[in-house]
Design a protein. Structure first.
Length: 133
C-alpha cells in the first residue's frame, strides 16, 4: 500500500495519508504503481468530461482540462516548457542546453509550447466529448 500512496503523491495532487518515515528507495519501488495512478487520473478526467458533456462538448473539454491540471499540478507542463526552452536555445550546444534546462525562468519557447499543448488538449478533449468520451 505504501507504494501506491507514494505513486499518488509523486504523480498527483490528490490527498493521501502521510507516511511516518520516508526512504528514497521506496519511490523507485513505487513506479510499478504508476499505471494504476494513470487509471485513477484518467477516471477522474473522464468523469469531468462526461459531466460537462451533459451541457456542451466545449464545457466538457474545459472541465476535463481544468481537472487534469488540478489533479496533476501541471507537473508535465512544467517539464514540457523547460525542455522546449532548452531545445530552442541550445543551437547544438550541449552545455547551453543543460544551462537553459536548469534555469527556472520561462522563455518564449516554453510559453509557445504550453499554449500549443493546452490548445491541442482542449480541442482533442472537445472532440472526445462530442463523440461520447
Amino acid at each position: 500500500m505504501r507504494g501506491l500512496i507514494l505513486a499518488v503523491q509523486f504523480l498527483t495532487r490528490l490527498p493521501t495519508p502521510q507516511l511516518a518515515d520516508f526512504k528514497p528507495e521506496w519511490l523507485a519501488a513505487s513506479a510499478r504503481w504508476f499505471p494504476a495512478v494513470g487509471i485513477i487520473v484518467g477516471a477522474l478526467l473522464l468523469a469531468a468530461l462526461r459531466l460537462g458533456g451533459l451541457v456542451d462538448p466545449w464545457l466538457a473539454a474545459l472541465l476535463a482540462l481544468l481537472a487534469w491540471v488540478m489533479v496533476t499540478g501541471g507537473l508535465h507542463l512544467d517539464g514540457l516548457a523547460d525542455l522546449s526552452d532548452a531545445l530552442g536555445a541550445a543551437h547544438r550546444s550541449r552545455e547551453r542546453f543543460f544551462e537553459v534546462l536548469k534555469d527556472p525562468h520561462l522563455g518564449s519557447f516554453g510559453v509557445l509550447s504550453l499554449i500549443l499543448a493546452v490548445a491541442a488538449k482542449l480541442v482533442l478533449l472537445m472532440l472526445a466529448a462530442r463523440h461520447g468520451g
